[in-house]
Design a protein around this ligand. Structure first.
Ligand code: FCB
Length: 494
């Protein structure tokens, strides 16, 4: 059989191992060429080399993988409600079962282990821990994370827990209008403090909120994510402030209730600004743009002030806040998590007061399978570099990076996702460029460990290193899993 012009004999299957539950996790490896003239070129250099302490991991989130939405006292979340409403999810699916990770977590830990990954970023479902959002905790809900943490520990995988990856308890939406109310920010901090008290014996790194900007913009602005609202500009600005405040209050609560030395930070998808041509003036302009275009999130979190330009632009719709709010929002963090997928803007310097202009994207600009996922691996160089330079951040984790792909299953049962490998190789090359320039990136979490429920795209956009058959829940490694495993292996300290 021919696979894109390569004979199948170019591929050798190396037997991996069979995990519990009979799941096959054979990895596919590229074999030797069958024949060919002797080359005079030296053998190609191996993949990018990262600092010895660099941490390699994978990432997921609770609602996208767990399933078991009605089990062990979990309360409903806004995503349960939203996904069940008609016409919200592209393929009409929901995450009632998703990857059934709630039951298959042991198998999933083995998938991580098979990659050689030493870290795992996951999120805790607030409605499992507090079914009503606040008030009485549900010990059975927390127990799931105790089991998961024990399993990770037994397999030498360091947990990085996100407190909020968008699954707000529905009760808080009903009672308070969700993030419209600052009482939700307070409830979030109470929940985060409770989790820190109970889990920080094993979880030494915690992220507060995943992608403040998306949950505000898509959840309340465009209505494409739960709770699916389109509020006024003034309300949106107030919600944004409450989310930033929720982050700051949670930082304080985790510090107050977690064991000494528990580390905490946000995981944000900053607006990535790339100098269109990297000369000194454009680099400066891209830095200015980064500060301006992230004003409502990272800039206020790291500078403790709303920028004048941000407030002027909001005008009469500017949020209400106090000086105390700003110092809460900018509570010191231990690291910055960055979700980096794509370039948001190519920037050129201008002579006006603003100092930068954003180049329009031509219609021909390439993208991956998902149309929003523009190809621009240099985002992975500039995003952490700008953050380190602008805000003197001392430790950065890339908390998400990856791509969806069509992932056809070949006749031999394998998924030859060479497009994902291309994307990943390019991103990692740029990330290595940044670490070798001294940008303090401490680790990388690939999104995602396995295919899962991709929000309003449903089950049809696949981001995993492992393919999931959503009928049988069977997990199978794609070729990219072998690529990632090999990258980790080559970077392991001898
Ligand atoms: C990010 C989300 C994550 C996943 C990826 C593809 O914005 O944080 O849950 O959906 O996109």
């Amino acid at each position: 059989m021919l696979l894109n012009g390569f004979s199948r004999r170019h591929f050798t299957k190396l037997a991996g191992w069979s995990a519990a539950f009979g799941t096959s996790t054979n990895f596919i490896e590229l074999g030797r060429a069958e024949s060919g003239a002797e080359s005079t070129l030296p053998s190609p250099s191996s993949g990018p080399r990262f600092p010895g302490s660099f941490l390699w991991g994978t990432a997921t989130s609770a609602y996208q993988i767990e399933g078991a939405v009605d089990e062990d006292g979990r309360g409903p979340s806004i995503w349960d409600r939203y996904a069940r409403a008609r016409g919200t999810i592209a393929d009409g699916s929901n995450a009632d079962v998703a990857d059934d990770h709630y039951h298959l977590y042991k198998e999933d830990v083995q998938l991580m282990k098979a990659l050689g990954a030493k870290a795992y970023r996951f999120s805790i479902a607030w409605p499992r821990v507090f079914p009503e959002g606040s008030g009485a905790p549900n010990p059975k809900g927390l127990d799931f994370y105790n089991r998961l943490l024990d399993e990770l520990q037994a397999n030498g995988i360091e947990p990085f827990a996100t407190m909020y990856h968008w699954d707000l308890p529905q009760a808080l939406q009903d009672r308070l209008g969700g993030w419209m109310s600052r009482d939700t920010s307070e409830a979030f901090a109470d929940y985060a403090g409770y989790v820190a008290r109970r889990l920080s014996d094993r979880v030494r790194h915690m992220f507060t909120i995943n992608e403040c900007s998306r949950l505000v913009h898509l959840g309340y602005g465009l209505g494409f994510d739960a709770p699916g609202l389109r509020v006024s500009q003034a309300e949106l600005n107030q919600i944004r402030h409450h989310v930033a405040l929720g982050h700051g209050l949670a930082v304080q609560a985790i510090r107050a209730h977690g064991r000494a030395g528990t580390k905490v930070g946000p995981a944000e998808n900053l607006v990535v600004c790339i100098p269109a041509i990297a000369n000194a003036a454009n680099i400066r302009a891209a830095e200015t743009a980064t500060r301006e275009l992230n004003a409502g999130y990272l800039t206020v979190i790291l500078e403790g002030k709303y920028r004048e330009t941000f407030l002027a632009q909001a005008g009469k719709d500017a949020p209400e806040y106090t000086a105390e709010d700003l110092s809460t929002i900018s509570s010191p963090i231990d690291f910055l998590g960055l979700n980096v997928y794509k370039p948001d803007h190519y920037v050129v310097a201008t002579d006006d007061e603003r100092g930068f202009a954003l180049a329009p994207f031509p219609a021909s600009f390439p993208h991956m399978d998902a149309s929003w996922l523009r190809v621009g691996p240099e985002a992975m160089y500039w995003a952490p570099r700008h953050a380190a330079k602008l805000w003197d951040v001392k430790s950065i984790y890339i908390t998400e990076n990856g791509t969806s792909a069509t992932d056809e299953v070949a006749a031999d049962g394998n998924v030859y996702d060479v497009d994902r490998i291309m994307y990943l190789r390019n991103c990692l090359t740029q990330l290595q460029r940044s670490t070798s320039d001294g940008v303090p990136v401490s680790g990388y979490f690939h999104w995602s460990l396995m295919d899962n429920f991709e929000w309003s795209d449903g089950l049809q956009k696949r981001f995993g290193l492992y393919r999931v058959d959503f009928k049988t829940r069977r997990r199978t490694p794609k070729l990219s899993a072998s690529f990632y495993r090999e990258t980790i292996r080559q970077n392991a300290v001898a």
